[in-house]
Each structure stands twice: as structure tokens, then as C-alpha cells.
Design a protein around this ligand. Structure first.
Ligand code: PLP
Length: 367
């Protein structure tokens, strides 16, 4: 068949986008792999969410509701928020995308930090805006650098807090200082990992109080529903109104809406996952440190392990893969000497620590 090649050019910015690569889940020739590359919840979703998904399958011939009222009510009740100020999307990725589409565009800038989540750059380019990156301070968001990097053209500032892939975070007063210093832009607090931090509202109170703060959240991490694709945003009513205008009316399926609502209401499951993550996160960080692999204190469900250099990180990654352990290389985030390792269940944590220990011992021996 002949290939009909088009010469019609896409909008400016689109061809600047490097395709996002998800965490690998297979290793050729290796059975029983352990996937620690996508920050997924090793315990999966609440049983109640699974049941709700199965029940929702009986209504697949019906269109879903367009206002997401049930899900927004559940989120609002659990978090003590105004449901009118919540918007739901196909993962928080879609909310990030809406923000860029609605508020950024040619001639404007979208600001984030050097090791910030890759979707900020992708969504900024997709909107035709200019992505602008500022340095972090030892892998921690630097508010002064963000303030210095802002210009009259800055429309959005994305701060993942905790950040992926560093696992570090800054305090709410620092976020408030940033929002107040850059009133011409919306500060988006991406709180995808908020549930892994004790006594942290993800920026909800700030987004309730300030007119230029917006918070994004997800069901993909602690809720164990990465495959269902549900996220949400919260902030000033005017911003929610703007985003709803570009949201597809049926962006979330019946299955997604029912599953996420049941997951939100099962607080026991979330509490168990929080406790287990905190326990194994501390264990894994310490075990790796004992084997000569340091990491910053993680506030999320992964550890950013620092190896000597990019070559060592690559060799360690290959060594792990050969034993069926898949972690994430983060060269694309400007951290080629690091490996991001999801905190799995206890058996996976023990296995990954053991294999990294073997790797380090063999390296030391071969010198
Ligand atoms: C910081 C951060 N924000 C947002 C997301 C997007 O998550 P989702 O679209 O699954 O809600 C991720 C996913 O890895 C993330 O790490």
C-alpha cells in the first residue's frame, strides 16, 4: 500500500514534544518481573473500588453523567472542600493539559523546576507556550529561583510537592510566598503524592484562600487506580469554570466515576497503604544507605537512589533488570546518575535492596 505523506504542519510547539515514556513493565526473557518503575500502589485499589467497577460494567450502554456530581461530592466530603470548586479529569495529566490550554499559549511562558514532572513541558509545548526551567537547590524546589525566573509573560508555575522524581518537598509557607510574589501567574500545586505525607493538605487550604493557586490530585498513586485514569483539581471557582469549558463532557467513563468514588470513600484502605508505604520507605532508604547508595528523604512512594555517576546507574539498572527488577532511569529528568525506585511491598523492597547490595559489592570487588 502506498504511504500518503502529509505536508500539513501541526500547530507551533507540537513537534517540540518528546514522547513521554511510561515505566517499563517487561524484561525480555525474564519471567515474574517486579515493576517498581511507575510509582504504583503495590496493594492495588480498594476492594470496594473493584466491586464498583464491576457493577458499573452493567451500565456500559449508557453515557456517563457530564457533571461528575457523585465523585465531586465524595471528594468534597472527604477533604472538606466545596464541590463546586472541583473538576475531574482523565488523570491529573488532563487537568495539567487543560490549565496549559486555557491559560498559556504562544508568547506566554510556563515555569517549572529542572527536575519537575515531564508533563509540564509537554503540555506547555502542546499549547504553543514556552516552557521555562529554573534550577533546584540540591534536588529541592527553589522558590527564589522560580520568583527570579518569572516574567510578565509567565502564566503558569507548576510545582509538584512532593516532586517526582526527587521525592522532596517544600513547606506551605514557601508555596504561599511564591504565589504572592508572582500574582500574574497561577501557581499549580501538583499534589499527586500528597497522601504519602503526614499532616499535609496538598495545598488545598492555599487554593481555597488565594486567587492564583490551584491544586491537582490523582487516583493513580495511593488509590491504586493508575489504569482507571482519574484525577482532579481544586481552586478558585473562576478557574474551574474556565477549565470546564474545554473539558470534554464525557471525559470520564461510568466505570471511572464509580470506581474512583468508591475508592475515595474507603478511607481504611488508604490509611493502611499510607502506613505500609511509610514503613517500607524508611526501611528501603536505610537499607540502600547501608549499601553505599544515598537518597534524599523521600516524602512520596519512591526513593531516588543516587549512584556514583550515570555509567554506574546504567549498570545497576541492567543488573536489576537481569534479575527481573524494573526501576526507572531518570536521565530525562536531568538526573542520569540516579534510579527512581517505587516503594513496593515488603518482599519487593527486600529483593531490590538485596540485589543493589550485590551490585555494589561486585563493583567494589572489581576495582
Ligand atoms: C508529579 C506528578 N503529577 C502528575 C502525575 C500524573 O498522574 P495521573 O495523570 O496518572 O493522575 C504524575 C504521575 O506520575 C506525577 O508523578
Amino acid at each position: 500500500m502506498s504511504q500518503n505523506q502529509t505536508t500539513i504542519a501541526p500547530q507551533p510547539g507540537i513537534m517540540e514534544i518528546a514522547l513521554y515514556e511510561g515505566g517499563a513493565s517487561k524484561v525480555a526473557g525474564v519471567e515474574n518481573v517486579v515493576k517498581l518503575s511507575s510509582n504504583e500502589n503495590p496493594f492495588g485499589p480498594s476492594e470496594k473500588a473493584r466491586e464498583a467497577v464491576v457493577r458499573a460494567a452493567h451500565g456500559l450502554h449508557r453515557y456517563p453523567n457530564t457533571d461528575h456530581a457523585g465523585l465531586r461530592a465524595a471528594i468534597a466530603e472527604v477533604h472538606g472542600l466545596d464541590p463546586e470548586r472541583i473538576i475531574c479529569g482523565v488523570g491529573s495529566d488532563e487537568i495539567i493539559h487543560f490549565l496549559c490550554q486555557a491559560y498559556a499559549g504562544p508568547g506566554t511562558e510556563v515555569l517549572f523546576t529542572e527536575h519537575g514532572f515531564l508533563m509540564y513541558r509537554i503540555s506547555a509545548h502542546a499549547a504553543g507556550a514556552t516552557p521555562v526551567e529554573v534550577a533546584e537547590r540540591d534536588r529541592v524546589t527553589d522558590v527564589d529561583a522560580l520568583i527570579a525566573g518569572a516574567t510578565p509573560r509567565t502564566r503558569l508555575i507548576f510545582v509538584a510537592n512532593p516532586n517526582n522524581p526527587t521525592g522532596t518537598m517544600i513547606g506551605l509557607p514557601e508555596l504561599e510566598r511564591l504565589a504572592r510574589a508572582v500574582p500574574q501567574a497561577i501557581l499549580v500545586v501538583d499534589a499527586a503524592y500528597a497522601e504519602y505525607v503526614e499532616d499535609y493538605d496538598g495545598g488545598a487550604e492555599l487554593a481555597s484562600r488565594l486567587s492564583n493557586v490551584f491544586m491537582t490530585r490523582t487516583f493513580s498513586k495511593i488509590y491504586g487506580l493508575g489504569g482507571l485514569r482519574v484525577g482532579w483539581g481544586y481552586g478558585p471557582r473562576e478557574i474551574v469554570d474556565v477549565l470546564n469549558r474545554i473539558r470534554g463532557p464525557f471525559n470520564l467513563s461510568n466505570v471511572a466515576l464509580e470506581g474512583a468514588e468508591a475508592a475515595m470513600r474507603d478511607r481504611e484502605h488508604i490509611a493502611r497503604c499510607q502506613a505500609e508505604n511509610a514503613r517500607m520507605r524508611a526501611w528501603l532508604a536505610e537499607a540502600l544507605a547501608e549499601k553505599g547508595v544515598p537518597s534524599d528523604t523521600s516524602c512520596a512512594n519512591f526513593i531516588l537512589a543516587r549512584l556514583a555517576d550515570a555509567e554506574t546507574a546504567g549498570a545497576c539498572d541492567e543488573y536489576l533488570k537481569a534479575q527481573g527488577l524494573i526501576v526507572r532511569r531518570v536521565g530525562g529528568y536531568g538526573l542520569p546518575q540516579c534510579l527512581r525506585i517505587t516503594v513496593g511491598d515488603e518482599a519487593s523492597c527486600r529483593r531490590v535492596a538485596h540485589v543493589i547490595g550485590q551490585f555494589m559489592a561486585e563493583r567494589a570487588g572489581s576495582r
